[in-house]
Ligand binder design. Structure first.
Ligand code: NAD
Length: 485
């Protein structure tokens, strides 16, 4: 399928203007469905990041000094400009990242929603007058922006991740230098174009594309950057935490997951299988909240496995731009190799593949990075897919008999981002909601994200929250004024 370019970036964007990389180098953004080139982006390095930080630091005092209402107006304008690009942005997300166009359009909507919601919410960021134990003194708190924020995001949700960080940060008066993934630089640069056309003051929102290590290091080492907001793998999060510790910077860390799903014997099996199929194959399984380990009660196990395998077998896999495609490619060849390795490991240790189980290389798919929607049964705790984030379209089914054992096994990993339970028994649902060691629990529900709701993990899945009031607090300091009167 021919994929027409929808956007040619004029450079990276900082200080209110397009810029070439200081070395003049560029790199290609590739389409994972075809292997073709989507476009070029500048290969920025430390010097580019430092120039962008300087722009963000110069813009900060005036941006902070504006009223919240004034910043809100500008963020609505930013959202308007994204809205006028919504079809191009969705196509670009599909071209760079691979998800079906329908899923990309949902992502664009969440992006716009987040800017609008935080534009409103930042008007409600204020402190308190504290009852004082001392008569001739008054204690007042005020909320202040943290300062310049360095943001680093992954490729799997390349537009909404920008909004989840930039909307609250900018709304409360921070300025930002954002580094997108090298897999999806153009999506970020199209959003940068929207910022320029919204007339955001120069330096408030800056995008530097290029070398992750050099740009990351510059953000960590520069004293003007007061906070690092990261979404990505736990391994890279750990590196950034170490670097942030050196300079005592604030951090938000949205890291990897290994989400359990528990189907108790009293669930509505039809509804649960529908939900499970939607959750597992969304974004070809490349979501931090994707179902990684599916625990199914023995009494319903075979029915669930058969119905899920039938669904998986019927999914239309292909280029996300084509009509009717329900699942796109994985991001790169290494991702397909990793998923194939995990499936082979499981099968070698006794798992059975009821559907899929291998790469898809036929016809139009031959140049892309496709893996068949897969359902594995007979999974056990020693397998790689039980312990690592699969990040691919593999539904791994584990049997259980004792509900307490299911909860214990669900919790028996170092991660704690999302979990899901399916049951028609309210007491069991509430108990499971309390017992699962994760930041979010979906109960008969897989749609757990919204601009209004806090999103994030515990254990090695992260620190802090994005979305909701909590997502705004991440970009605010509380300052105390003690007044002698
Ligand atoms: P990744 O950690 O490889 O990369 C994330 C970002 O970090 C990219 O921009 C990358 O360029 C950058 N990076 C890589 N090495 C770096 C370094 N040494 N210094 C500075 N920056 C560096 O992750 P990924 O493969 O892009 O994304 C997938 C991961 O993200 C999965 O583990 C997934 O669970 C996680 N994720 C988490 C959430 C969440 O909200 N918790 C959301 C989406 C994705």
């Amino acid at each position: 399928m021919q994929t027409e370019p929808v956007f040619a970036a004029q450079g990276m964007m900082y200080g209110g203007a397009w810029r070439e990389a200081q070395t003049g180098e560029q790199f290609a953004s590739l389409d994972p469905a075809t292997g073709g080139t989507v476009g070029q982006a500048p290969m920025g390095r430390a010097a580019d990041a430092t120039a962008a930080i300087a722009a963000a630091a110069a813009a900060y005092p005036q941006w902070k000094a504006r009223t919240a209402a004034d910043r809100a107006l500008l963020l609505h304008r930013f959202a308007d400009q994204i809205e006028t690009r919504k079809d191009r942005l969705a196509r670009l997300i599909t071209q760079e990242q691979g998800k079906p166009l329908r899923e990309a359009a949902v992502e664009v909507k969440l992006t716009i929603d987040s800017f609008r919601w935080y534009a409103e919410e930042a008007r409600r960021a204020y402190g308190a007058w504290i009852p004082d134990p001392v008569p001739n003194r008054r204690l007042i708190t005020m909320r202040e922006p943290v300062g310049v924020v360095g943001a680093i995001i992954p490729w799997n949700v390349p537009a909404a991740m920008i909004a989840r960080k930039a909307a609250p940060a900018l709304a409360v008066g921070c300025t930002m230098v954002l580094k997108p993934s090298e897999e999806t630089p153009l999506t970020a640069l199209l959003i940068a174009e929207a910022a320029l056309d919204a007339d955001l003051p120069p330096g408030v929102f800056n995008v530097v594309t290029g070398d992750p290590v050099a740009i990351g290091q510059a953000l960590l080492e520069d004293e003007r950057v007061r906070k690092i907001s990261f979404t990505g793998s736990t391994a890279v999060g750990r590196l950034l935490l170490r670097g942030a510790a050196e300079h005592i910077k604030r951090v938000s860390m949205e890291l990897g997951g290994n989400a359990p799903v528990i189907l108790f014997e009293d669930c509505d099996v039809g509804k649960a299988v529908n939900a499970l199929a939607a959750l597992k194959f969304l974004n070809a399984g490349q979501a931090c909240i994707s179902a990684n380990r599916i625990f199914v009660h023995s009494s319903i196990h075979d029915r669930v496995a058969a119905e899920l395998a039938e669904r998986a077998g019927k999914l239309s896999v292909g280029n996300g731009l084509a009509d009717g495609v329900q699942m796109g490619p994985l991001i790169e060849k290494a991702a397909v190799d990793k998923v194939a390795g995990m499936v082979d490991d499981a099968v070698a240790r006794g798992a059975r593949s009821l559907s899929g189980g291998s790469r898809l290389t036929n016809g139009d798919l031959r140049n892309g990075h496709f893996f068949a929607p897969t359902v594995l049964t007979g999974m056990t705790a020693d397998m790689r897919a039980a312990n690592e984030e699969v990040f691919g379209p593999v539904a791994s089914l584990f049997r259980f008999d004792d509900p307490d054992d299911a909860i214990r096994r669900a919790n028996d990993v170092p991660y704690g981002l999302a979990a899901y339970v399916f049951t028609e028994n309210m007491s069991r649902a509430i108990r499971a909601g309390e017992q699962l060691e994760t930041g979010m629990v979906g109960i008969n529900e897989i749609r757990i994200g919204a601009a209004e709701a806090p999103f994030g993990g515990v254990k090695q899945s992260g620190i802090g929250r994005e979305g909701g009031r909590e997502g705004m607090d991440e970009y605010l300091e509380t300052k105390l004024l003690a007044l002698g009167i």
